[in-house]
Design a protein around this ligand. Structure first.
Ligand code: CUA
Length: 351
């Protein structure tokens, strides 16, 4: 009788189980399963890299099929039969040797030519209308500065569609790697050295990015989002920054809400918050932590960790380590009244 342990203990089981695992993994990784995938390119740079990947993939698959096919054929056809002596000995075969030298050279050239051409194409930022963004990677969040617009934001990179996004990037501490698989391959951010890349998004949407270089305890929680919108929407977003900043008390419907927001601003600007965080239009000019201007417009909290809801924000401020262990934000010991007000204030910071 077959017991379940048979599958783990038998030779067949030991061969089959990993295969089932691999199959499950490949199904999981199939296009369409994850939003964050280099197999679903959403712009010209990602498309070129994807095409290159597919070229190598199909060539490799072809080689695999031919090599394994010939191997199986030979193993079966020329296996030792009962009563068979030593087979005829041969040495060397010029035609075969020439063939298996030339064919790999041709395959290598077929891969090398588009690879080198693609590398040069990517290295050259296209001329013309582009948006410049300076990326600074921090343990464990992303700072996005738009030098042309005087905008600094964090963890949410706003870009227009159909425009070249020209990125320069460096790190404030250790080596990180900037990666938005649907838009472009990864690029390291280094302390003291500026790297450059570009990409472009064809369609409006949210593209998921993350740090792709181990950079310490919260490496896996160093995510970000690229929000691509129509050029008009993007321009409106940019213009919003040069107008009167939302840090002013907004005109909320109830007086109570206005009071809470005003109280929150008071707490924020008088407590330790301003040592690390900046909010345009206030005395908060700290550069250690993420810039919180228009924080209310961010969809996520803690570099892509949890949705930016009042409950999550309150939990975050009360005990940041509980949500994202290792991050550098201390618990400030605010009273419930102060906490409630600060949450109301931060969520009022909208365009
Ligand atoms: Cu930053 Cu990993």
């Amino acid at each position: 009788m077959l017991r379940p342990s048979w599958l783990v203990q038998s030779k067949v089981g030991r061969l089959v189980l990993p295969l089932i695992g691999l199959l499950a993994l490949s199904l999981l990784a199939a296009p369409g399963t994850f939003a964050q995938s280099a197999l679903e390119p959403a712009g010209p740079v990602a498309q070129m890299q994807h095409d290159l990947f597919m070229l190598v993939f199909w060539l490799a698959l072809g080689i695999f099929v031919v090599v394994v096919g010939v191997l199986l054929y030979v193993v079966v056809k020329y296996r030792r039969k009962p009563g068979q002596g030593i087979p005829k000995q041969t040495q060397g075969n010029h035609q075969l040797e020439i063939a298996w030298t030339i064919v790999p050279i041709l395959i290598t050239v077929a891969i090398a030519v588009p690879t080198v051409r693609g590398a040069f194409w990517m290295a050259e930022v296209p001329e013309g209308d582009s948006v410049r963004v300076h990326v600074t990677a921090h343990q464990w969040w992303w700072e996005f500065e738009y030098p042309e617009y005087g905008i600094v934001t964090a963890n949410q990179l706003h870009i227009p569609t159909d425009k070249v996004i020209h990125l320069t990037m460096e790190s404030a501490d250790v080596i990180h790697s900037f990666w938005v698989p649907n838009l472009a391959g990864k690029l390291d951010t280094n302390p003291g050295k500026v790297n450059e890349m570009w990409f472009q998004a064809d369609e409006p949407g949210i593209y998921y990015g993350q740090c792709a270089e181990f950079c310490g305890i919260a490496h896996a929680n160093m995510r970000f989002r690229v929000v691509a919108s129509e050029p008009d929407t993007f321009d409106t977003w940019v213009e919003g920054w040069s107008q009167e900043h939302a840090a002013e008390v907004p005109t909320a419907a109830e007086v109570g809400q206005v009071d809470r927001v005003a109280r929150g601003k008071e707490v924020f600007t008088q407590r330790a918050c301003i040592a690390c965080h900046a909010i345009a239009g206030t005395n908060a000019q700290g550069r250690v932590g993420p810039d919180l201007t228009y924080f209310g417009d961010r969809t996520m909290l803690g570099a892509g960790l949890v949705p930016n809801t009042p409950e999550n924000l309150a939990a975050w401020i009360r005990d940041p380590q509980a949500i994202k262990p290792g991050n550098f934000m201390p618990a400030l010991g605010l009273s419930d009244e102060e906490l409630d007000a600060v949450v109301a204030y931060l969520h009022s910071l909208k365009q």
